[in-house]
Design a protein around this ligand. Sequence first.
Ligand SMILES: Cc1ncc(COP(=O)(O)O)c(C=O)c1O
Length: 368
Amino acid sequence: MARAYNFSPGPAMLPESVLLEARATMLEYGDAGASIVEISHRGAEFIDIAARAEADLRELLAIPADYAVLFLPGGATTQQALLPLNFAAPGQRADYVLTGHWGATATRQAAPYVDLNVAASSEADGYRSIPPVDQWKLSKDAAYVHVTANETIHGVEFRPSKPGGHAFPDTGDVPLFADFSSSIASEPVDIPRFGAIYAGAQKNLGPVGIGVVIVRRDLLARAGQPRADIFDYRLQLAADSMLNTPPTWNWYVAGLTFRWMLEQGGVEAFARRSDDKAGLLYAAIDGSGGFYRNEVDRAVRSRMNVPFFLHDPALDEAFLAQAREAGLIGLKGHRVTGGMRASIYNPMPLEGVQALVDLMQDFQRRHG
Ligand SMILES: Cc1ncc(COP(=O)(O)O)c(C=O)c1O
C-alpha cells in the first residue's frame, strides 16, 4: 500500500516533506558525522535545532515575550499532572470545565494535589456541547481554571472565531489554562487570554514523545507544591528544557513541522484550510439523510476531529474495510464512543477529505 490518507487521531499524519527530511538526517545530520539520533543534546548542532524550534514556534503562534516556552518529554497527560504541582498551593482550589474525555482525564491527574472543583460539565449530555459560561460555577480563590480547547474524542471545540461559537471565558485574575493538544496551530490563538497553554506534539506539532508548554512568566514565581526538580517548570526553563536528556529526535521533527507550517502560510492559512476541510465533511454527514450522523451541538463542532456514526453499526466493519481499500486509514472511532472519527489536522490535505467524502457517498449508494 502506498502512503494512505491517514485520519488517525494521534500519533497522526505528518507532512511528507518533513518525513523525507527526517529520513535524510537519520543517517547523518549535516556534517556531524552521525545521525541526528546519535548526537549530544549539548552539542552545537542540537542547541541550534532547539533554538530554531522555539523561535519558529514563537513566530507561528505569535507568542509574546512575557511567555516562556518549554519543550518537555512525555505527552499532555504529564502536563496535566505538573500544572497543579507548579501552580497550585497544596490543597488549593482549582476549577475544571469538562467538555469531553480529556477534561475528565485532566481532573484525575490533578485530584491528588488540589481541591478540585468541576465548575461545569457536559457529561450529562454525553459531551455533545459546552455549557454556557454564565452557568459555570467558578471559584474566586482558584489557582486556575482549566479547559480543553478541543476534545479529540468527542469532537467538541471552543470556537472563539466562529459567529455563535463558544468563546474562551474571561476568568479575570484567575489564570486560564488550556489543553490545546489537538488544535494548537490550527488557527490564531490570543495567547494573552491564557495563563498557560499546553499540548502533546503528536497531532498538529510533530511526533509523539514531546510536549509543549507556553506559560506566562510571572506565574512561574508561584511556589506550587513540593516536587522533584525534574517536575519543576522553573528549573526546566532555567535549563532550557534540558534538565536531563531531552527527546532530541522528537524535538527535531517537531521543529521541522513548525518550519513547514510557517512555509505553508502559518496559522491563518491553516485556519482557512481547516474551515474548508471540516465544512466539506460536516456537509457530507448532514446531507446524507441520516445515513451518517454527527451528534455534537453545531456551534461547537470540532474542526480537527469529526466523529460520526453510521445509521447501522453493523455496517461499521464494512465501511472501514472499504475505506482501507480506498487508501483511507485511521477512521475507527475511539473505544469510548464507537462509530467513526476523522481527524483532519494541518497535514491532511483537502484532497484527503474529498476522498473520504467520495467514499462515504459511494458506501451509502451501495448500502443505503
Ligand atoms: C486533548 C488531549 N489531551 C490530552 C491527551 C493525552 O495526551 P498524551 O497521550 O500525549 O498524554 C490527548 C491525547 O489524545 C488529547 O487529545
